[in-house]
Design a protein around this ligand. Structure first.
Ligand code: ADP
Ligand code: MG
Length: 358
């Protein structure tokens, strides 16, 4: 409330109180001395009407001040609302206010602050996009030379470039496994960047979930044999829905790989389960591995998060796998979650909706 308004209200209240007192005083002084009754009576009537007029005018004035004060408070309400929206992350709002009084000054500074804030946020967003695009470009460039490295190592190992000694074979095996893990890491980085930029293109076609699961298990079987782990699936019935077969296989492979890393040789079991419902297909990857501790549960889908970094050095991985799985599943309108008990095992599950996805 403006100071002038406060003074007006105070003044009005004083005048009203004074007038009422005077009015009451005049009412009680009636009947003093018989000889001056006529003069006093006339004087009283005149004063009473003046006081009454004054009182009426003052009450009207008070209402006028109250009305204009409430009106002048409206922009402050808009200001409070706009500030609350800034807190929620909605920038760039402008408040309209014509007068150049104290409130006008506040509104002007708010408007310029709001504009500056919006410009800064937009700049930061542009920076972020540029950085992500740069990273995507670099990652792509890193991937290119790895393809011939891995390819030639493979050709030499197969003896296509002449006979090799045992020690050469050992070194070539190292070149091959190192370049493939580097390639896998770079591919994950590239996928994560593209997903962040919304640039990962999906080829969503009518596919059979049963054959997608079969192909994934087939691909991972050699690794399971090497690690002495039992890898099975229960996919029997055809389930047709629209999705990107390659990307969904990437999700299943990632989840199987994680389970293979979590179980122990000889006793380790990884089972891929396929369930059908009228609205969706559900794919679960169940293992009897080490489980995920409770404190890691809310971080598990975050980029680069790993429960045990030392295990990563031993078994590989970037901590990007689950965040990529989540983005791919959600891009298909599905959900991904897990249940886990330390020492007993983990089940990761995701759904693929049967309603047409755009
Ligand atoms: N089935 C599982 N059992 C136990 N821990 C798991 C399982 N799946 C994932 N995790 C934990 O979640 C972390 C993140 O997984 P992920 O994003 O795929 O990264 P990465 O496999 O590259 O380490 C893993 O490092 C591991 O600690
Ligand atoms: Mg992984």
């Amino acid at each position: 409330m403006k100071i002038v308004h406060r003074l007006y209200i105070l003044l009005s209240v004083i005048i009203i109180t004074a007038s009422i007192n005077l009015f009451l005083l005049l009412s009680t002084t009636q009947g003093y001395g018989a000889e001056s009754n006529v003069t006093i009576g006339l004087y009283e009537i005149q004063t009473k009407s003046i006081v009454q007029g004054l009182l009426g005018a003052d009450i009207a004035f008070l209402f006028l001040v109250l009305f204009s004060t409430t009106r002048s408070l409206n922009p402050l309400k808009s200001l409070t609302g706009a500030l609350a929206r800034i807190k929620e992350g909605k920038y760039g709002e402008e408040i309209k206010y014509e007068s150049h009084d104290e409130i006008g000054l506040i509104i002007d500074s708010f408007n310029s602050m709001s504009k500056a804030l919006q410009e800064k946020v937009e700049k930061a967003r542009q920076h972020e996009i540029a950085r992500d695009e740069f990273l995507a470009m670099i990652t792509h460039e890193l991937k290119t030379p790895l393809v011939p490295i891995s390819g030639y190592a493979d050709m030499m190992l197969k003896g296509h470039m002449g006979p090799i000694t045992e020690s050469q074979r050992e070194r070539l095996e190292i070149i091959k496994t190192s370049s493939s893990s580097l390639l896998a890491l770079i591919s994950d980085l590239l996928d994560a960047q593209k997903l962040a930029l919304g640039q990962l293109k999906f080829r969503k076609l009518e596919n059979n979930v049963k054959s997608t699961v079969e192909k994934s298990v087939e691909l991972m079987a050699p690794q399971a044999i090497v690690d002495k782990i039992e890898l099975t699936h229960n996919a029997k019935d055809d389930i047709y829905t629209t999705y990107d077969d390659e990307r969904i296989r990437q999700v299943i492979n990632n989840l199987i790989k994680n389970s293979i890393k979590a179980v122990q040789p000889e006793i380790g079991k990884v089972n891929v389960l396929l369930e059908d419902s009228p609205t969706e297909a559900k794919i679960s990857i169940k293992d009897n591995g080490r489980g995920i501790p409770k404190e890691a549960h809310d971080k598990i889908f975050k980029k680069f998060y790993q429960v045990d970094a030392s295990l990563t050095r031993e078994k590989g991985g970037s901590g990007l796998g689950l965040s990529i799985c989540k983005s791919i599943v959600e891009s298909h309108g599905g959900k991904i979650w897990f249940e886990s008990e330390v020492g007993k095992g983990t089940t990761f599950a995701f759904t693929l909706p049967k309603i047409q996805q755009k």
